[in-house]
Ligand binder design. Sequence first.
Ligand code: ADP
Ligand code: MG
Length: 275
Amino acid sequence: PNSLPRPDQRRVLTVANQKGGVGKTTSAVNLAAALAVHGLKTLVIDLDPQGNASTALNVDHRSGTPSIYDVLLGDLPLGEAMAVSEQSPNLFCVPATIDLAGAEIELVEVPSRESRLKEALTGEVVDQLGVDYVFIDCPPSLGLLTVNAMVAAREVLIPIQCEYYALEGLGQLLSNIELVQKHLNPGLSVSTILLTMYDGRTKLADQVTAEVRDHFGDVVLKTVIPRNVKVSEAPSYGQTVLAYDPGSRGAMSYVDAARELAERGSSNGSRRGTL
Ligand code: ADP
Ligand code: MG
């Protein structure tokens, strides 16, 4: 596959939306896989106790496995919890185990509780590996785990499902991002919105797409991810859709979205004002 442009600096993207089921995990793992197969070193950090990203990348995440929990709460170096995926030697994952379910509460008590992930990411391993992209797959909440992700990143990628109520709750997400910008991470911006699970047969999907573009302008990727059964089947085989069925519409749309993401660079961070 042709390679994609390598970013000048490592790009760290938090994939966030406090709604569940909008395509956060699916987008994190498939964008990561698409970048990795095109030659870019990519790390997925699973920050959801459900461990869905770990499952999709077929990375062990049974309780007791060294995981992001140990990194955040046990000072384990990130590299010691990192696994290489079988899908590509360029694709790495720090898994989440169910232990992470208690982390929101346990974190309250620890020093610099909002910046544990940021500190872990600035360790040596990520530099030594030459990681180009980091995707942080957030849980469906705006608690301390998501705050850690927003403090560790420069970019927020918001997946929006093309359905009724798509924009509901987005105001709350954006005001949380503003709070993080103001108090913890002034460099943070919403760089990317990705429309997911588009069903071309419904008028509603087009209405939602138009509304989101109208509201958010160029931050929205031109590529829209269609609803495609291959995308939903892939995780049960421990695969991304790129490995499971590379010719499917789902796989090809994630490759297109990854290309767009890579070609834009992070320069559109300056478009933050449009939000
Ligand atoms: P989140 O991480 O936001 O909770 P997921 O990525 O887990 O959302 O997606 C929710 C469900 O929708 C999953 O079962 C997933 O397989 C399915 N899904 C996501 N994107 C697509 C798509 N483009 N086509 C079909 N199913 C999808
Ligand atoms: Mg998820």
